[in-house]
Design a protein around this ligand. Structure first.
Ligand SMILES: CCCCCCCCCCCC(=O)SCCNC(=O)CCNC(=O)[C@H](O)C(C)(C)COP(=O)(O)OP(=O)(O)OC[C@H]1O[C@@H](n2cnc3c(N)ncnc32)[C@H](O)[C@@H]1OP(=O)(O)O
Length: 216
């Protein structure tokens, strides 16, 4: 019998690739190749415990000039690790009272991006895979821990976890990422000229360099 109403949705055959991975294995593009090396902390990297501070005032992730930004604060850890925190604000909602998934992905991206400062290389996100494990209410402090796993040429493999409330809190989000090292021209050739000019004109050499994550 054919029933009226909405057409039935037939499911198309789906690749089984992701279903056969166990919970801890990375997909191929996020798995360091055999020639990958352990990351090396730059000798001038911030000391463990030191706040990294915002790299750019207008950064949505960490900048102070973004009223509705995350204002994420990252702190260097031991080795090539960092911790970071941000408080979910009403402006970050997706569903009522809950953080938007894209905002949580931004927090992971920003945290993982900040990690590269410990290597002192300029790198951008090539791939970011996120697992959303539990909902995150407005008002929550999301506590993030991130580490670089390996480096292969220009490719930097890293991962992060975000917990509710603090380092012992329940896991809310996880991510694995591949960052790609770039030259400063990546920004100067592609960014809108007015912001590039303003950043380059900053007399504070360190701030100017960090706007593009350049080794000062
Ligand atoms: C306190 C201060 C901190 C500062 C904290 C700063 C935080 C900043 C915010 C967080 C970071 C961001 O959001 S950054 C913004 C979001 N990201 C972007 O806008 C990037 C847009 N994409 C691009 O511009 C480009 O696709 C690049 C640069 C990623 C790659 O282009 P390319 O330079 O031409 O390099 P290409 O030859 O294609 O790739 C080099 C190698 O990487 C691999 N590769 C490249 N892309 C991918 C990919 N998506 N997935 C897998 N693999 C990839 C290639 O296979 C190749 O491997 P092999 O053949 O060598 O093996």
């Amino acid at each position: 019998m054919v029933r009226p109403g909405r057409p039935r949705v037939r499911s198309a055959p789906v690749s089984t690739e992701n279903h056969h991975r166990d919970a801890h294995s990375a997909p191929p593009a996020l798995t360091p190749p055999p020639n990958a090396l352990p990351p090396v902390r730059h000798p001038d990297a911030p000391a463990p415990g030191e706040l990294l501070g915002s790299h750019y005032d207008d950064c949505f992730g960490c900048g102070g000039a973004q009223a509705h930004g995350l204002h994420l604060e990252a702190r260097a850890g031991d080795g090539v690790t960092i911790t970071a925190e941000f408080t979910v604000q009403a402006a970050h909602q997706g569903a009522p009272g809950l953080a938007h998934g894209g905002v949580l992905a931004t927090a992971l991206d920003e945290t993982l991006g900040s990690l590269n400062w410990l290597l002192r290389v300029i790198a951008v996100t090539g791939r970011l895979e996120t697992d959303f494990v539990r909902p995150v209410p407005v008002g929550t402090v999301l506590f993030l821990q991130a580490e670089i796993v390996a480096v292969a040429g220009r490719k930097i493999y890293s991962r992060a976890v975000g917990r509710i409330g603090g380092p012992e809190g329940p896991v809310a989000v996880r991510a694995q990422a591949l960052f790609i090292e770039v030259k400063v021209e990546h920004f100067t050739d592609n960014g809108r000229p007015e912001e590039i000019r303003a950043a380059m004109a900053d007399p504070d050499q360190i701030r100017r360099a960090r706007a593009f994550e350049v080794n000062p």
